[in-house]
Structure formats: structure tokens, C-alpha cells
Design a protein around this ligand. Structure first.
Ligand SMILES: Cc1cc2nc3c(=O)[nH]c(=O)nc-3n(C[C@H](O)[C@H](O)[C@H](O)COP(=O)(O)O)c2cc1C
Length: 190
């Protein structure tokens, strides 16, 4: 059984939902998975984990600065352990090149080159945005590729959950022994 940490940063909650979903997929396969909101966390990856999956969303063309700081501060651990990044944006739904560009910028800012990267479509939560944000997002959505929704009386979710499941399972399969190994902390001294 592997013990996986899933630190995420989220603005409106979609990255948190995806992080919880990944954790559920991993638990269903008999592993331990802990999600943690980067903004509320201690700032460093605690010992005892066998892998780390970082999630961050895009606002105004950038990943959240807390995620950038977290990854910079924990780069050594992320390079030592099996680790992956999932990036959540609207571009991932309709403009993969743009979404890839966000990840390239993140890699340059942090110096971390994750061996696995997933681009997940995010959400347009018009009913939860305030007046200005709602109208700004409608304008952005109508100008972007991907046929994004513009009916501000409802929300749109572009996350493809089958792809999230595959990403979580592939991550586990890529662990030493296909994720069947003991946690480092648990195996110590046995
Ligand atoms: C104010 C705002 C700005 C955004 N800017 C971008 C952007 O520049 N590019 C993009 O692809 N998506 C953009 N999005 C879409 C978000 O990435 C998407 O809503 C995602 O689900 C947010 O994840 P979160 O809820 O975990 O923060 C923006 C969303 C908001 C609300």
C-alpha cells in the first residue's frame, strides 16, 4: 500500500474537487491518500509519503502564486519522490497549446519538471461569481475556443472525470511495484 499526498491550490473549488476525486480513486485501489489545501498547509511536504500529486488552477493566465511557492520550497522532495502535476484551466478544454504554455511557465518559475503532467478542464461557475466576475468570465468564454458556455444563469463543468481516473491510476501504476510497496515510514525497521 502506498501513501500519497495531494496538495492543491484552488480559487473557486474545482481543483479541490479534482484532488478529492483522485484521492477517492487511490483509496478505492487500497492506498492511502491525503489531500491538503496549500494555502492552509504548513508549507512543506511531511515525511512518510511515497508520492506527491500537486494540483493548481489558472487565473488570468497563471498558476496560483501559493502553488508556485509551495513547489519551489519542496522541489527537492518532489524530485526525490514519484510526483506529478495536474493543471486546471478552461484552456485545457479548448486550447491545449495555451494550457501547455501555462505549465511551461510554471516549470520555469519553480524549476520543477514533473515527470507526469495532466491538463484538466475546469469549471465556469457563473452562479457563484459576483456581478463583475460573472460578466468578465462570460466575455472571456465567448472569445475562447472550445465552445464554452455563456448562459450566466447556470454553471458549466468541463472536467472529464474518466481522464482524472486514468491519471490517478497511471500514477499508481508508475510507482515502484505498481504502488504495492509499503510506505517509507512504515517499512522502516521491518
Ligand atoms: C477570474 C478568473 C480568471 C480565469 N482566467 C483563466 C485563464 O486565464 N485561462 C484559463 O484557461 N482559465 C481561466 N479561468 C478558468 C479557471 O481556470 C477555471 O474556472 C478553474 O476551474 C478554476 O479552478 P479552481 O476553482 O480550482 O480555482 C479563470 C477563472 C476565473 C474565475
Amino acid at each position: 500500500m502506498a501513501n500519497i499526498l495531494i496538495p492543491y491550490s484552488t480559487g473557486e473549488g474545482q481543483t479541490a474537487k479534482i484532488a478529492e476525486f483522485i484521492a477517492d480513486v487511490m483509496r478505492a485501489r487500497g492506498h492511502e491518500a491525503t489531500t491538503t489545501d496549500i494555502r492552509q498547509s504548513e508549507g512543506s511536504v511531511p515525511g512518510g509519503y511515497d508520492g506527491v500529486v500537486v494540483g493548481a488552477s489558472i487565473h488570468m493566465g497563471k498558476h496560483d502564486k501559493h502553488a508556485v511557492e509551495y513547489v519551489r520550497d519542496n522541489r527537492t522532495v518532489l524530485e526525490r519522490l514519484p510526483s506529478a502535476l495536474f493543471s486546471v484551466s478552461l484552456a485545457a478544454h479548448g486550447d491545449t497549446e495555451e494550457a501547455e504554455g501555462y505549465v511551461e511557465a510554471f516549470e520555469q518559475e519553480t524549476g520543477w519538471r514533473p515527470s507526469r503532467v495532466a491538463l484538466f478542464g475546469g469549471a465556469l461557475l457563473y452562479t457563484q461569481y459576483g456581478f463583475i466576475k460573472r460578466h468578465m468570465m462570460k466575455k472571456i468564454a465567448s472569445g475562447k475556443p472550445g465552445d464554452l458556455g455563456t448562459d450566466v444563469s447556470r454553471d458549466y463543468v468541463y472536467t472529464e472525470w474518466d481522464g482524472v481516473t486514468r491519471f490517478a491510476e497511471d500514477f499508481l501504476d508508475g510507482l515502484p511495484s505498481g504502488g504495492a510497496q509499503e510506505s517509507h515510514s512504515e517499512s522502516a525497521g521491518r
